[in-house]
Ligand binder design. Sequence first.
Ligand code: NDP
Ligand code: 8X3
Length: 241
Amino acid sequence: AKRLEGKTILITGASSGIGRSTAMEFARTSPKSLKLILTARRHDALKAIAEDIKKEVGEGVKVLPVKLDVSKSNEVKEFVENLPSDFKDIDVLVNNAGLVKGKDRAPDIKEDDLDIMFSTNVIGLINMTQAILPIFKKRADGGKGDIINIGSIAGRDPYPEGSVYCATKAAVSSFTDAMRRELIDTRIRVMEVAPGQVETEFSIVRFYGDKAKADAVYKGCEPLTPDDIAEAAATVMHKKT
Ligand code: NDP
Ligand code: 8X3
């Protein structure tokens, strides 16, 4: 619980799956002094999660739901400029927003799918990192804060018909490692959590809303749950000193 106490934590892609579970898990772990900024494109879903948190842990966790598309660099900049003063002092950025679209082999990869995967998973994650890092850097002794990037095993072990998604996650991994080295002389830590298969809306999104196709992905295996990943994310961060 100490790890999270008193922190202001920004989670992208908090409207569903791993992001939603991470918000709930953090709130449960530190129910008295946490501030959570929850972002995604679906604002109504974020507001519902804010209500769920209130029901489960009470008023001790302050939640700010904000509609934000991470792939739009102008939205990201405006978001940071317009943060209310009591939520500006962000300690932790969880770069979780991401998606997969389609299951195709080259040369049949759809251009729209290619665009949205790179602009969300890679450019979106970099946009957010660039926007939040100055907040970390202006702290004493070269800066302090935690960045937790949600990568994937797919970034290390790429599979046919997922080439673009896998390439985006390899990019996340590479960007994370370079950032860690850039910031080695600060107390800004850059981490990657790289899950295997987790049952969320991920496959529903992959198959453009076809729930039956998505369910078939998890038949006969035991996928991780988003709560498993949320617990991992909670334990990797700094203890506040
Ligand atoms: P979900 O589809 O359940 O959640 C994805 C989240 O990302 C949603 O909240 C969605 O919100 C958000 N999102 C998508 N596009 C954008 C955007 N442009 N701007 C802001 N938010 C966006 O899937 P998961 O929880 O599984 O995925 C979360 C992360 O975990 C992703 O990065 C994924 O690649 C990664 N991952 C998933 C695995 C799995 O097997 N499920 C395994 C390994 C990693 P909204 O639609 O409201 O914008
Ligand atoms: C999601 C993991 O292998 O199901 O990142 O695509 S996988």
